[in-house]
Write a protein that binds this ligand. Sequence first.
Ligand code: B1M
Length: 211
Amino acid sequence: MADILEKLTSNLYEGQADEVADLVQQALDQGLAPGEVLQGGLIAAMDEVGRDFKAGDLFVPEVLIAARAMRAGMGVLRPLLAESETPSVGKCLIGTVKGDLHDIGKNLVKMMLEGAGFEAIDLGTDVGPAAFVDAVREHQPQMVGMSALLTTTMVQMKSTVDALEEAGLRESIKIMIGGAPVTQAYAQEIGADAYAPDAASAVDVARELAA
Ligand code: B1M
């Protein structure tokens, strides 16, 4: 049993999407529960990817390839997890703010969050404050993540925090922000709960916020 999870972890780390999907099925056929395959195989591997990315031993393309393999594995697991009602670690909305079309970093954060067991709802790019507010009402997440890559659009993060406050939703959610021009000081200045400098740190921060 441990063998198959080890194989799964190493194949995911290497980004072998087809093998990962096969190994997930094999693990299930051997009698492992979907939640065990998720935690001990897929999430364990993405944790390792996150650690190595943070340490500078892996780069963006490798992380994206591993995340694609993660999605292949999740394709097999998702219907079973829904059936067995394995709880997600938390629900997170994520989007790139209004006026900003950069989404590579945001997508990476989303994939890493999913890799860590979060349900991540992607609002896409160019997401205005009103759209964040509507989505919070609709999905009732524990967390909202905003990404901005332009100094001219990061101000939209403040507008969104204000809009959530005005809508009476601020207390029900945690807000994490990130993106190249964003800093911890800026997060404090605009009243966000947290800042993460990269996708792997975003997972650590999300875990803290969800705790
Ligand atoms: Co644009 N662009 N771009 N661009 N672009 C930058 C950001 C820029 C720094 C380039 C430069 O001039 N040196 C500059 C911004 C300058 C500034 O404001 N200070 C810039 C500019 C000016 C522009 C345009 C205005 C150019 C123009 O048209 N004149 C224009 C704006 C369009 C718009 O958004 N309205 C524009 C357009 C584009 C493309 C469309 C061509 C393309 C985007 C494609 C896409 O995303 N689908 C693009 C790209 C690719 C870049 C660079 C080269 C790379 C960005 C990237 O993807 N990095 C960028 C220069 C650079 O950064 N070297 C640049 C890789 C990615 C993995 O990193 O996004 O930082 P990053 O995400 C990291 C962290 O920041 C963090 O985790 C991620 C992974 O570790 N993170 C979060 C991100 N979001 C997070 C959220 C979190 C937590 C962590 O919590 C929720």
